[in-house]
Design a protein around this ligand. Structure first.
Ligand code: GLN
Ligand code: ZN
Length: 763
């Protein structure tokens, strides 16, 4: 019989109870005991929902108090010395110090989980001896069994992925690290087997990246070692986010089941399945329902994929499951009261996806008739959704099919624009600027909330925003900055703001997903064709400009970032949707230019994270992503200066694509990774304007002048003074006013020192 399985479930709860508990604990409002009690209740409620839905293989052990990779580090004692851990079970306070830092020790680095917007804590190897501090999967298994009678499938992060995501070692250390880790994994598995566990899920998403044949050999060795002593325990080796790179070797691993992604890697995985078949004795856990997006599935299309799979896999060896953990989608559509009904019924969050899996299972085991009601409901919902005129607007379709998408070149090459722009703007050497936002004080947020609730009028709100703009224009002038910004006081979020003004977007009330730690995001949903209606940023920029003789940079979020930070319709390619956004932004940029704003910054901090897992697919992505940016910015005059901004982005891998954006100036976060960056400029001649962030804005600390002059000097070793801009790393919206003013004051002083030195050299 075909079985149903869930790969992982969101921790946060229907009303983000999890976030609230954590934050109350951090604020010393509840005790550790209360925290553990509340989170246990949330955990059990999550499991119970899956149990009641009738899922055969429920994952246990995926619940976390912060991050699952951090849980693994804690379990194996991969704990840096600075946390002063003395061995044994890791206390909650040590755990949270690693996640968030403490007075004694800075937090561990955090980075994006593959190509998702979930962030994990990077395991840091420092030569420490690993040790098993606690068999967490076993604890989770026992709890689910005792409390709810669930025969759970404990999950753990696989050794190879763990290793690949860790830092602090060199390639030559890999064999000894594996030797250290393996006995600990073996012990965990042995104990699970002794307990009578039937299935354990080991996640190895790294197998979906471009790993080499040699690396795959290592994986094979690891798994033969790992399974040597096991007999009754079945291992499900779980992959996701793409097709596996080495299909034959992967399915030959000595495990009882393989989990493959039939959403994000569907073509390749199906192709390989047909070409090389699938080992008869193994279970195939087919990730058939999209675990990364929020749309209701077209069940008939899913059945077609399942049919191809069934040609290779017998009924009793097939599991149906989501393509990855459901942690990447919100919990339930039940909480949405305000969405348009047609759109609402086209959505499926975690709970609804669980139901879809059960429906597909029922079709395969009992026939379509057994779930005719569910099937009908699904068909009707999707038909109504697809018939929405907003999903297929002739004006948008015509525009995006036309030649305008190849109109992605500025009138003149950069070298000529540079001269024209310098003549127009007359900027000093090493111009100073900021990235866009200024502090979003509690007052700014409270006023916006009042306005949203209708407690103050539009006029009152606008007046308030204007007063903030005026105040900060004055501050910037007093500081002596060269290029000013209006401060983004009218925006909560750089994507939401544009989504609310463009057509084709909807917003939910409670569709939160975990981004990092307790921080959740509520991405906009792009459900229809994206179109420009009215100017979005012109009024604020023009007002700011009217207050000063300096240039004021207009400030927009770029097409690729809007795409990557939204839930996107899946009936069009991501490229097509991005092009629609690009054309809408092009109109905004033209409106800004016409209104006299002649420096315009188009932020693309999320360009990096859209990169596919496989290197072979990078070029295609970068080609269309870069083109979309250029389409949005290409129509301006030579004398209009286009800026862009990115947060740290692996410059080394990327520098050609960044240069291809053809932005006149880029500002980039670098203060925490300066060495790398300077190196990439040694290897690549970057000719356009560039501002290397001279201080880290993520900390309230006010950096000293000397620290910044040092960073400027280092940058000037590899870049020409005539292309060099001075700015902080990123926007300043999370900082306090005093810190911001003090830090910028030092930045301006550091710039003056650097200018003075340059003048001496010229003399
Ligand atoms: N302009 C934005 C700001 O200053 C950029 C934010 C970002 O890079 N994430 O807030
Ligand atoms: Zn940034």
């Amino acid at each position: 019989m075909v079985k149903s399985s869930i790969t992982g479930y969101p921790v946060i709860g229907e009303n983000r109870e999890w976030k609230r508990a954590l934050e109350a604990f951090w604020a010393n409002k509840i005790s550790e005991e209360e925290l553990l009690q509340t989170t246990k209740e949330i955990r059990l409620a999550n499991l119970k929902k899956q149990q009641q839905a009738g899922v055969d293989h429920i994952t246990v052990g995926d619940f976390t108090l912060y991050d699952r990779v951090l849980d693994t580090s804690a379990m194996f004692g991969i704990i840096p010395g600075r946390y002063n851990w003395q061995g044994g079970q890791v206390s909650t306070s040590t755990y949270f110090s690693m996640a968030r830092g403490s007075d004694e020790a800075v937090a561990s680095e955090m980075t994006k989980w593959f190509n998702t917007n979930y962030h994990y804590i990077v395991p840091e190897y420092e030569g420490q001896r690993f040790q098993l501090t606690e068999n967490k999967p076993l604890v989770a298994y026992r709890e689910a069994k005792q409390e709810l009678g669930i025969e759970g499938k404990p999950v753990l992060l696989g050794p190879y992925t763990l290793l690949k995501l860790s830092k602090g070692y060199e390639e030559k250390d890999v064999p000894s690290l594996i030797l250290q880790l393996l006995p600990l994994y073996q012990k965990v598995l042995q104990e699970l087997q002794d307990e009578g566990v039937q299935w354990v899920q080991i996640d190895e998403p790294i197998l979906c990246t471009s790993i080499t044949s040699d690396e795959m050999k290592t994986v094979t060795e690891i798994y033969s070692q790992l399974t040597k002593e096991l007999n009754s325990l079945n291992i499900l080796l779980q992959t996701y986010f793409d097709s596996v790179e080495h299909y034959e070797e992967t399915v030959a691993l000595p495990v009882a089941g393989i989990g493959l992604d039939f959403v994000h890697g569907v073509e390749k995985n199906i192709e390989h399945l047909k070409k090389y078949s699938f080992p008869e004795e193994k279970v195939l856990a087919a990730g058939i329902i999209d675990g990364r997006n929020i749309w209701r599935s077209d069940l008939h299309a899913k059945l077609e994929v399942l049919e191809s799979i069934q040609q290779q896999v017998k009924q009793d060896k097939l599991w149906i499951q989501p393509s990855c953990s459901l942690l990447h989608v919100p919990v339930t559509i039940k909480s949405e009261q305000k969405l348009d009904g047609v759109i609402l019924h086209a959505l499926a969050f975690a709970d609804e996806k669980v139901k879809e899996i059960k429906t597909l299972q029922a079709i395969l085991t009992q026939g379509k008739e057994s779930v005719s009601k569910e099937l009908k409901e699904s068909e009707i919902a999707l038909a109504a959704f697809n018939a929405l005129p907003a999903r297929k607007r002739p004006d948008v379709r015509e525009a995006t099919s036309g030649s305008i998408l190849s109109d992605s070149k500025r009138n003149s090459p950069f070298a000529e624009r540079k001269v024209a722009q310098q003549e127009k703007f007359q900027l000093p050497l090493l111009p100073t600027t900021t990235i866009g936002s200024f502090p979003q004080t509690p007052e700014v947020r409270a006023t916006r909330n009042k306005w949203r609730k209708g407690e103050i009028t539009d006029k009152q709100y606008n007046d308030f925003v204007r007063a903030e703009i005026k105040e900060w224009i004055d501050i910037q002038e007093n500081l002596g900055l060269d290029v000013l910004v209006h401060g983004e006081f009218e925006r909560t979020d750089m994507v939401e703001y544009f989504g609310e003004k463009l057509e084709g977007f909807v917003f939910t009330e409670k569709a939160w997903v975990q981004s990092y730690g307790s921080r959740c995001v509520k991405p906009p949903i792009i459900f229809g064709d994206v179109a420009f209606t009215t100017a979005m940023t012109v009024e604020e920029s023009v007002y700011a400009k009217s207050l000063t003789n300096h240039e004021v940079k207009g400030m927009l979020t770029g097409p690729v970032t809007i795409l990557n930070w939204s839930f996107v319709r899946d009936d069009l390619s991501r490229e097509a949707v991005t092009n629609q956004i690009a054309l809408a932004l092009r109109k905004e940029i033209e409106a800004l230019e016409a209104a006299g704003i002649h420096m315009i910054q188009v932020d693309e901090p999320a360009l990096r994270e859209g990169l596919p897992l496989k290197k072979s697919e990078w070029k295609h992505y970068l080609d269309w992503a870069v083109n979309a940016f250029r389409v949005s910015t290409a129509s301006v005059k030579d004398t209009t200066q286009i800026h862009t901004h990115m947060c740290y982005c692996d410059f080394n891998h990327f520098i050609e694509a960044i240069s291809a954006l053809d932005a006149d100036v880029i500002s980039i976060e670098t203060s925490r990774s300066h060495g790398d960056l300077v190196e990439s400029f040694n290897n690549y001649h970057y000719d356009k304007g560039i501002g290397l962030g001279v201080y880290d804005i993520h900390s309230p600390r006010v950096p000293a002048v000397e620290e910044m002059t040092e960073i400027i000097d280092k940058g000037l070793e590899v870049l020409d003074p005539s292309q060099f801009w001075i700015n902080p790393d990123c926007g300043l919206k999370t900082r306090k006013r005093e810190e911001t003013v003090a830090a910028l004051k030092n930045m301006v002083t550091a710039t003056e020192i650097a200018r003075e030195r340059l003048r001496m050299v010229v003399k």
